[in-house]
Write a protein that binds this ligand. Structure first.
Ligand code: ZN
Length: 194
């Protein structure tokens, strides 16, 4: 496994529409190795999600880990559709936009259809914080970054965000979205990079 270099805001790969993965490529050693590398890179940078374009691979693959003890899972060629008109404003960060936080309003719940790492169809509904992470990651596959969707006046460098708190109120923080209730690594509303 290898830790890959993370593309930063301004690199054109982050703005490309990524190419679908051919299902026949999924079982190949090359693709499986890439999945391992994507996961290891996410762990190395303490992200809770990482999309292939963020490591300079313009392919429709993301890996997400919602909580520390959950198994990470891969979404290949994901299709994400809102299943509610309700939206929530929450703060996000991104490994490709180092040191920034911003408030993004997103649908509260989405349906996800994808292939998993074994090439099997995967369908589920994600709500709350999980829905936010899925949308953030899958946006990367269309060349969209959270700063495109963020309220401009909410943007803050992480150091200032920690010092002064959010400039605009958030409807949610990770702490009150998690059902486990034992998230200790996060201060309210801080968000993680994804
Ligand atoms: Zn991101």
């Amino acid at each position: 496994m290898a830790i890959l270099k993370v593309a930063q805001l301004g690199h054109p790969v982050l703005r490309r529409v990524a190419a679908p993965v051919a299902p026949s490529d999924i079982p190949t050693p090359e693709f499986q190795r890439f999945c391992d590398d994507l996961l290891e890179t996410m762990y190395a940078y303490d992200g809770l999600g990482l999309a292939a374009p963020q490591v300079h691979e313009s392919r429709r693959v993301v890996v997400i880990q919602f909580a520390g003890d959950d198994e990470p899972f891969f979404l290949i060629n994901p299709v994400v559709a809102p299943i509610t008109d309700q939206t929530t404003a929450g703060y996000e960060g991104c490994l490709s936009v180092t040191g920034l936080r911003g408030r993004v309003e997103r649908p509260d719940a989405v349906r996800v259809d994808a292939l998993d790492r074994g090439g099997m169809p995967l369908a589920f509904e994600a709500r709350g914080w999980s829905a936010r992470v899925v949308q953030h990651e899958c946006d990367h596959l269309d060349g969209v970054l959270y700063v495109d969707r963020a309220e401009p006046r909410s943007l803050a460098f992480l150091a200032e965000f920690r010092k002064h708190g959010p400039l605009l109120p958030a409807d949610e923080s990770r702490d009150d979205e998690e059902d486990e209730g034992d998230e200790d690594a996060e201060s309210p509303g801080e968000a993680e990079d994804a």
